[in-house]
Design a protein around this ligand. Structure first.
Ligand code: NAP
Ligand code: F7E
Length: 362
């Protein structure tokens, strides 16, 4: 039985990856940090599984990381832990650097200190944000990086320290350069989930309006559940390497909005420009979407489109498993169901098992 440690187990990707590895008969060890509130809803349904274990640890704490690795002596480590919100990184740049940059180094050094550098394979959650102020479209493994936020600059360190340890110590370390991937478990302040939740709440009369930032920003959005398979595939190859994971299809925030509201039963049309642009309900003439400068970033990444040819060729991965339309549909349907049982002003836990049974969530 293989043993895996997942840093970032409580996040969107961590929860999908844990399910994926348990289905492959791994012993899965997740690292969580202490919090005064319940933040384990994404993994609540697998807690209690005989091969699933949790440990306390924080990416800013070398000793904690070392202890988890020494205790578990894993075959594979997936480092998904990060302060992952780009806008937040402008407000907390030092913390973001500590967790997203130095945190990666702490994991690598812990593996060496425990004498596991010859046996333990490491996956690092790198990101399309590294392309930042893009120098070519589409982006592949050869495209130069131009990070354009404190988050991306921190992740650039993570990318290069993984490469360095691969070369210097011959360790099996890989970077997955993942483009945006979303799901019904996506954090509620990322733009896709913010839109699907708002579409569901507006449709059900529980919200008046949605305020967004740059509607013209372009992203290559995939389904998170499809992407965790690549993380695992990268660690099963003969040699370690870095891979772009993307769908190869691009849409704007505006297009995502139109598709999500349509799925919720509202036909929108956008009128106006820049800060004055509005999304109007065609049936009623009501303004449902407005632009707010609060959601503009000091520097924004606006043209991401990935070329997943290498992952397709070398990992045998299918980037077209879940289409853009299916992704929007599954997110909106999950939020319509969630909002239906939500009382005004109260957040309700998503009962994923129930949703799975009803086929609302794949
Ligand atoms: P997410 O939902 O924000 O999850 C981040 C995880 O990291 C959570 O489990 C969080 O724990 C944990 N974490 C944050 N700070 C930590 C700390 N100081 N110590 C220990 N754990 C900490 O992110 P995601 O969407 O699953 O993304 C997973 C990884 O891929 C991240 O590294 C992200 O930067 C990267 N990435 C994401 C995308 C994407 O589109 N989703 C694309 C490319 C790369 P709490 O629950 O306690 O906050
Ligand atoms: O923004 C624009 C915003 O916050 C996407 C993280 O997982 O993917 C994610 O980072 C775009 C940006 O994701 C709003 O300006 C407009 O251009 O959903 P997001 P992100 O910044 O791309 C990458 C690959 C990661 O690595 C990160 O960890 O949408 N946008 N209006 C908005 N964004 C937000 N959040 N909220 C708005 O109201």
């Amino acid at each position: 039985m293989k043993k895996a440690v997942i840093f970032g187990i409580t996040g969107q990707d961590g929860s999908f990856l844990a399910e994926f590895l348990l289905a492959k008969n791994y012993e899965v060890h997740g690292v969580i940090r202490r919090s005064s509130t319940d933040y384990r809803e994404r993994i609540a349904h697998i807690e209690g599984h005989p091969d699933f274990h949790l440990h306390f640890g924080d990416m800013s704490d070398s000793l904690g990381i070392m202890q988890v690795i020494a205790k578990t002596r894993p075959d594979e480590i997936y480092n998904l832990a990060a302060q992952s919100h780009v806008q937040v990184s402008f407000d907390s740049p030092e913390y973001t650097a500590n967790v997203d940059a130095t945190g990666v180094l702490r994991v690598l050094e812990a593996v060496r200190t425990c004498g596991l550098e010859k046996t333990c394979r490491i996956y690092q959650a790198s990101t399309s944000e590294l392309y930042g102020r893009v120098e070519a479209v589409p982006q592949n493994e050869e495209t130069p990086f131009h990070p354009y936020s404190p988050y991306a600059v921190a992740k650039l360190y993570g990318f290069w320290i993984i490469r360095e340890y691969r070369d210097a110590y011959n360790m099996y370390c890989c970077n997955g350069i993942l483009f945006n991937h979303e799901s019904e478990r996506r954090g509620e302040t990322f733009v896709t989930r913010k839109i699907t939740l708002a579409a569901a709440r507006i449709k059900q009369g529980k919200q008046e309006k949605l305020y967004l930032g740059n509607l013209s920003s372009l992203r290559d959005w995939g389904y998170a559940k499809d992407y965790v398979e690549c993380m695992w595939l990268m660690l099963q190859q003969e040699r370690p390497d870095d891979y772009v994971i993307a769908t190869g299809e691009q849409h704007s925030v505006r297009e995502f909005c139109l598709a999500a509201f349509r799925e919720a039963g509202i036909e929108l049309e956008f009128r106006g420009e820049g800060i004055h642009e509005q999304g109007i309900d065609k049936a009623t003439g009501k303004v449902l979407v407005e632009v707010s400068p609060d959601f503009y970033r000091p520097t924004d990444v606006v043209n991401l489109l990935g070329d997943p040819s290498k992952a397709k060729r070398q990992l045998g991965w299918n980037p077209a498993k879940t289409s853009f339309e299916e992704l929007v549909r599954l997110m909106v349907q999950a939020d319509m169901a969630k909002v239906a049982v939500e009382r005004a002003g109260e957040k309700v836990r998503i009962n994923l098992e129930e949703y799975l049974e009803k086929g609302i969530v794949k």
